[in-house]
Design a protein around this ligand. Structure first.
Ligand code: XMP
Length: 513
C-alpha cells in the first residue's frame, strides 16, 4: 500500500485513482496524519499538491516522522515545495503563475523515476517555486519556466515534481507514477476489482460478526444498489434495505426498484410509502434550500421509524448503517480543513448516526463513480441500472419550481418520463450525463384545438460532464426536440409550452434549484 498524504489539492484524489489503474492500492489520509498512529507500514509516500503556500503561517505541514520510515517519498507540486521547505530551502512566490501545459526536458535519464519517460507535455499549476535546489538534491528535469521541474535526492529515494503527473494532461504522468510505485517502492500490483469484492466481503463479514444486523437506505441509483448488493452477498438477509418513497420519485420508481432489487438481485428490501408525510411537510415551501432541509429531516424521521419497526427474527440487534459513500465524498469530509463553500446542501443521511447510535459501513469509500459502475457490472446488476443518470436525493421537489403539490408532481413526472423515454429511443441516453424535465411556476398562453389555453412551461435539461462540477449543455438534433415538445404538450395536461435550457455550468447549476 502507498500512503498519499492530502494537502488539499483539487487533484489529490486522482493520485490514488491512477495508482489503482496499474493495480496498486493506495490509501489517502489528511496531510496532518501522525505517522506513529498508522497501523500499517506504507511501501512509499506521496505528498500531494495544495492550494496553500508552504511559507504561509497557516500552511499545513507533514509529520516529519515520514522521513524516518525510510521508504521512498514523492512530493508533487506543494509536496515538492514542502520537501524543500523542510530541507531549509526557501520557497518563493514566482513572478508569474505557471498554469497549463509545459514541455518537460529530462536532464538525468538515469533517474529511475523517469524510466521510459522522455521529453513530453506536463501539466503545471503553481505560483510558488523553489528559490534554489535543496542541499543533497539534483535536477532531473526542467521546463522553460521551471529550472527545477523535477528533482531527486543524490542518495535517498526522495523525489519532487513541480508538475502534476496525476492529471491526464501530463502525457507520461501515469508512467512516472508507475515507476515510483512499482519500481522504486516495489509495491504489489495486486489490486483488482475481483479481489476488491472478495476482500470487501470478508471485511464486512468480520466487521459485522455472526449475528449483528445492518440497515441501509436505497434510492434506485447505482451507488446504493451496488453497496446493497455487496452487503447482501456478505450477510444475506441480515442486511435490511429500505426504500423510502418520498412522493417526489420518478414515475413508477418505487415499483421498479422493488422488482429489480428483490426479484432481480435477491436483496431483502422494505418499501415504505411516506409520500403523504413528505408532501404535507412540503406544503407552502418554495425556497430550494428549505425544500432540501424538509426532505432531509423527514427522511431521517421516517427512516428511523422504519428501522425501529424492523425486528430481526432471533432478537439480534441492528448495529450498523450502510452508506454508499464514494471516495470524493470521503475526501471532502476527512480533509484537514472543512469542505469548500456550500453552493447547495446535498441531501444525505449523515444525521442518522447521532440519533440511532449505529456504526457506519461504507464499502465504496475507496471508489470513484466509474469504478462503482465496473463493480456493479461484476456483481451482476443490470446494465441499465448501472448506467443510470444520477438523481438528486430531494428528487422532483427541486425540479418543480415553486410549491410542490401532488398535481405538480404528476405533471413533472409525466413530462420527465416522456423526455427520458425519447432520449432512450433515440439511442442518446449513454451520451448524456444527466437529463430531466423541470416544471416552471409560470403560465403562458397557447392555443389547442381552437381554444385558448393558459398553462405551465416545461424546461428540458441535458448536460455532458465528467465530474458534475462543470457541465456543458447537450446539443440535440432539432428534430428530436421537436418530437419531445410535441409529445409533452399533447400528452401532459397542464403544459402548453416546452423550452430547452442552453446554459452551461457555471454560471448555471445542473438542477434548476
Ligand atoms: P448542481 O445542481 O449542484 O448538481 O449543479 C450537480 C449534481 O448534483 C446533483 N444534486 C443533488 N444530489 N442532493 C443530491 O443527492 C441534492 O440536494 C442535490 N442537488 C444537486 C445534481 O442532480 C447533479 O447531478
Amino acid at each position: 500500500t502507498i500512503l498519499v498524504l492530502d494537502f488539499g489539492s483539487q487533484y489529490s484524489h486522482l493520485i490514488t485513482r491512477r495508482l489503482r489503474e496499474f493495480n496498486v492500492y493506495a490509501e489517502m489520509l489528511p496531510c496532518t496524519q501522525k505517522i506513529k498512529e498508522l497501523t500499517w507500514k506504507p511501501k512509499g509516500i506521496i505528498l500531494s499538491g495544495s492550494p496553500y503556500s508552504v511559507f504561509a503561517d497557516d500552511a499545513p505541514h507533514v509529520d516529519l516522522a515520514v522521513f524516518d520510515l525510510n521508504v521512498p517519498i514523492l512530493g508533487i507540486c506543494y509536496g515538492m515545495q514542502e520537501i524543500a521547505h523542510i530541507n531549509n530551502t526557501k520557497v518563493i512566490r514566482g513572478d508569474k503563475r505557471e498554469y497549463g501545459p509545459a514541455l518537460l526536458q529530462v536532464e538525468d535519464k538515469s533517474c529511475p523515476l523517469f524510466k521510459d519517460v522522455d521529453h513530453s507535455k506536463v501539466w503545471m499549476s503553481h505560483h510558488d517555486k523553489l528559490s534554489a535546489l535543496p542541499q543533497g538534491f539534483k535536477v532531473v528535469a526542467t521546463s522553460d519556466n521551471s529550472p527545477f521541474a523535477a528533482m531527486a535526492h543524490e542518495t535517498k529515494p526522495i523525489y519532487g515534481l513541480q508538475f502534476h503527473p496525476e492529471v491526464t494532461h501530463s502525457v507520461k504522468g501515469k508512467e512516472l507514477l508507475r515507476n515510483f510505485a512499482l519500481d522504486i517502492c516495489q509495491a504489489n500490483p495486486n489490486w483488482s476489482m475481483e479481489n476488491f469484492i472478495d476482500t470487501e466481503i470478508s471485511r464486512i463479514k468480520k466487521l459485522v460478526g455472526p449475528t449483528a444486523e445492518v440497515i441501509g437506505a436505497v434510492s434506485g441509483g447505482v451507488d446504493s444498489t451496488v453497496a446493497a448488493k455487496l452487503m447482501a452477498r456478505a450477510i444475506g438477509d441480515r442486511f435490511h434495505a429500505i426504500l423510502v418513497d418520498n412522493g417526489v420519485l420518478r414515475l413508477n420508481e418505487a415499483k421498479m426498484v422493488k422488482k429489480n432489487l428483490t426479484e432481480g438481485l435477491g436483496i431483502n428490501l422494505t418499501v415504505v410509502d411516506a409520500s403523504e408525510e413528505f408532501l404535507s411537510k412540503l406544503k407552502g415551501v418554495t425556497e430550494p434550500e428549505k425544500k432540501r432541509k424538509v426532505i432531509g429531516n423527514t427522511f431521517i424521521h421516517v427512516f428511523e421509524r422504519v428501522a425501529n419497526e424492523i425486528k430481526p427474527k432471533d432478537g439480534d440487534e441492528i448495529e450498523f448503517l450502510l452508506q454508499g459513500t464514494l471516495y470524493p465524498d470521503v475526501i471532502e469530509s476527512i480533509s484537514f480543513k472543512g469542505p469548500s463553500q456550500t453552493i447547495k446542501t446535498h441531501h444525505n443521511v449523515g444525521g442518522l448516526l447521532e440519533n440511532m447510535k449505529l456504526k457506519l459501513i461504507e464499502p465504496l469509500r475507496e471508489l470513484f463513480k466509474d469504478e462503482v459502475r465496473a463493480l456493479g457490472e461484476l456483481l451482476g446488476i443490470p446494465h441499465d441500472l448501472v448506467w443510470r443518470h444520477p438523481f438528486p436525493g430531494p428528487g422532483l421537489a427541486i425540479r418543480i419550481l415553486g410549491e410542490v403539490t401532488p398535481s405538480q408532481v404528476e405533471i413533472a413526472r409525466k413530462a420527465d418520463h416522456i423526455y427520458i423515454e425519447e432520449i432512450k429511443k433515440a439511442g442518446l441516453y449513454s451520451q448524456i450525463s444527466q437529463a430531466f424535465a423541470a416544471l416552471l411556476p409560470v403560465k403562458s398562453v397557447g392555443v389547442m384545438g381552437d381554444e385558448r389555453v393558459y398553462a405551465q412551461v416545461i424546461a428540458l435539461r441535458a448536460i455532458e460532464t465528467t465530474d458534475f462540477m462543470t457541465a456543458d449543455w447537450f446539443i440535440f438534433d432539432a428534430r428530436f426536440l421537436k418530437r419531445v415538445a410535441s409529445r409533452i404538450v399533447n400528452e401532459v395536461d397542464g403544459i402548453s409550452r416546452v423550452v430547452y435550457d442552453i446554459t452551461s455550468k457555471p454560471p448555471a447549476t445542473v438542477e434548476w434549484e
